[in-house]
Design a binder for this molecule. Structure first.
Ligand code: SF4
Length: 205
């Protein structure tokens, strides 16, 4: 992505009270995350393939941050507890399914904990987004979330809604439906609450 396009995207997010920053590599992105989150800050994690690729959660945990990550839970009950605790952590970090160049963020979610945390959970939220998820319009972002992110996330979570086989969304009512929530973030009330770190690498689905 060229610098002029990056500036346009940064400005479009700024008009929505969202701070967007671009990084060339995973290493630079991790360094920024470790700078942003203070050592004493607790961190709720919205599990994602992007964060696994970054490996930043391990880095936060290893240096002493309190990390609330459902993937370390030992039971279904504890998963539920961690999801709720994440809503009141100091920070929340996760990926997103798509962003449009005019600064809108699209997410689909199975149980709703991730979108709830992003929208009205912790006071500080970081979204890490690979450049592969930046698309031109809101329609394209929704299309990406439903037809690319959802089936791949379903496979990862071992669910079997129709999109896994058909490779496209058919707006199913399957008991295996993974996209019970579709959210569009069009702006942010509190300045500096939401940061979008866009990485010039292919990350996640
Ligand atoms: S509505 Fe069903 S088919 Fe469409 S993306 Fe969600 S789970 Fe897949």
């Amino acid at each position: 992505m060229d610098n002029v396009t990056k500036e346009v995207i940064i400005d479009n997010f700024k008009q929505r009270n969202i701070k967007a920053e671009f990084y060339n590599t995973i290493e630079e992105t991790n360094q920024r995350i470790l700078e942003l989150i203070p050592l004493k800050g607790s961190v709720g994690v919205g599990h994602s393939n992007t964060l696994e690729q970054l490996d930043v959660i391990n880095q936060l945990s290893n240096r002493g941050n309190e990390v609330i990550d459902k993937s370390s839970a030992k039971s279904e009950e504890q998963i539920k507890e961690f999801k709720k605790e994440s809503l009141t952590a100091d920070w929340y970090i996760c990926g997103s399914n798509a962003v449009s160049m005019d600064g809108q963020i699209v997410n689909i979610d199975h149980s709703g904990n991730r979108v709830a945390a992003i929208m009205y959970g912790p006071d500080k939220v970081i979204l890490v987004i690979g450049v592969n998820k930046v698309v031109s319009t809101l329609d394209e972002a929704i299309n990406r979330a439903k037809n690319i992110a959802a089936p791949n996330n379903a496979i990862r979570a071992d669910y079997k809604p129709p999109c896994v086989y058909l490779k496209k969304c058919v707006d199913c009512t399957s008991s295996e439906r993974i996209c019970n929530y579709l959210t569009i973030i069009q702006g942010q009330k509190d300045k500096d609450r939401l940061k979008v770190l866009i990485v010039d690498e292919e990350l996640g689905y």
